[in-house]
Design a protein around this ligand. Structure first.
Ligand SMILES: Cc1ncc(COP(=O)(O)O)c(C=O)c1O
Length: 357
């Protein structure tokens, strides 16, 4: 038996957003980032919808194997690479491109049987300081790995931007400059840009771009506006009203009695809570959409329910409430809840039914 909250996924919006990426970065191939169950949108269905992408990027081997088992033959980049010999063998067998980012992976490669032939991307750290070899080692690593018998010709060179979501931040230009300086002259495909880089930093439009959040119609920028960037909302989180009543002036609402009615207040209870992926930290005032009007939540979000304001709104039991989607952007909800859209989209996991339209 499914719960009442539904995540409706608009497949044409997904496709539109990939086209938008291609329009902005016309000379790059697009590797759709569909890790973490496609940011909560369902990895296999998203891959099917975006089967015209030039490739997919996932975080780990398990995700990549799921794609291969579902018969996706695309290039697949595994962003965390392999951690064991067994993992490396599986990646070679299934033609997965491994991101090589750490010395222990080099040691595994050196001790692999000659039959292993692996596609790799060398991850270079230009200033993110998460994964990757120091950028100064680009030439020596490339020389060593491109001649390595276990590696298929021409490793890719890649890096990742730390601050591309802040268009004025000089850190990004520094990272780009370092990447260009230290990889200059190396004959290899390159990949730099995530969504924010794609939209704001054309210098990152090299051979491959790696769009993630923009495919799902959310802005990668902290106070961004996805529509202004030509993106369409993909997920609508909706749930029905299951109770309506008027709470008297001076009475409070929900756990912790955190919100007190300033007047007699008509309220509705929506069958969606943090178990469905709605952020518990969304405060009173976080916008919702009901029957053509914007309203707001009142009091604390509970596990399976949230209370909304129905002042001056005609509503009946069963009416659908949009928690985010075409009218209320997921970015607004994320900002209200003090988080980012990535987190709340990823949280719309298994409990909430997903419907593809
Ligand atoms: C290495 C790498 N590339 C690309 C992306 C996609 O980023 P975004 O969702 O901001 O486009 C991610 C996401 O975390 C990533 O880790």
């Amino acid at each position: 038996m499914k719960r009442s909250a539904r995540a409706i996924i608009d497949t044409s919006a997904l496709r539109h957003n990939l086209s938008r990426c291609r329009e902005v970065a016309p000379n790059s191939l697009a590797m759709a980032v569909i890790k973490a169950d496609a940011y909560g949108h369902n990895m296999l269905k998203t891959a099917e919808t975006l089967s015209h992408a030039n490739g997919f990027a996932v975080s780990c081997i398990t995700e990549a194997l799921e794609l291969r088992q579902a018969r996706f033959i695309h290039p697949i980049l595994v962003l965390q690479g392999f951690q064991t010999m067994q993992g490396m063998k599986a990646m070679a067998e299934h033609r997965l491109r491994a991101v090589v980012h750490d010395r222990y992976q080099l040691e595994l490669l050196e001790s692999a049987p000659p039959s292993i032939k692996l596609d790799i991307a060398i991850k270079l750290d230009t200033g993110m300081h998460r994964l990757g070899f120091p950028i100064e080692q680009a030439w020596t690593l490339f020389e060593r790995l491109s001649k390595h018998p276990n590696i298929k010709p021409t490793p890719w060179l890649m890096t990742h931007m730390a601050c591309a979501d802040e268009p004025g931040n000089s850190h990004t230009q520094q990272q780009i400059d370092r990447f260009e300086k230290y990889t200059d002259g190396l004959q290899a495909p390159r990949s730099i840009g995530n969504s924010a880089s794609i939209l704001a930093w054309p210098q990152t439009h090299v051979n491959w771009v790696r769009p993630g959040i923009m495919l799902y119609g959310s802005s990668p920028f902290s106070h961004g506006n996805a529509r202004r960037d030509g993106l369409e909302a993909v997920m609508t989180l909706t749930a029905p009203l299951i109770s309506i009543h008027t709470i008297a002036k001076g009475e409070s609402i929900g756990y912790g009695a955190s919100w007190t009615c300033p007047d007699d207040t008509r309220t509705g209870v929506v069958a969606c809570g943090y178990a469905d992926g709605y952020p518990r930290h969304a405060p009173t005032g976080t916008p919702v959409w009901i029957n053509g009007k914007e309203s707001r939540i009142l009091g604390r979000v509970s596990m399976d329910m949230v209370v909304i304001d129905l002042t001056a709104i005609e509503a009946r039991i069963g009416d659908p409430v949009e928690l985010w989607g075409k009218h209320i952007s997921v970015d607004r909800v994320a900002q209200a809840a003090g988080t980012i859209s990535y987190e709340i989209l990823c949280d719309v996991g298994g409990l909430c039914q997903h419907e593809y339209v």
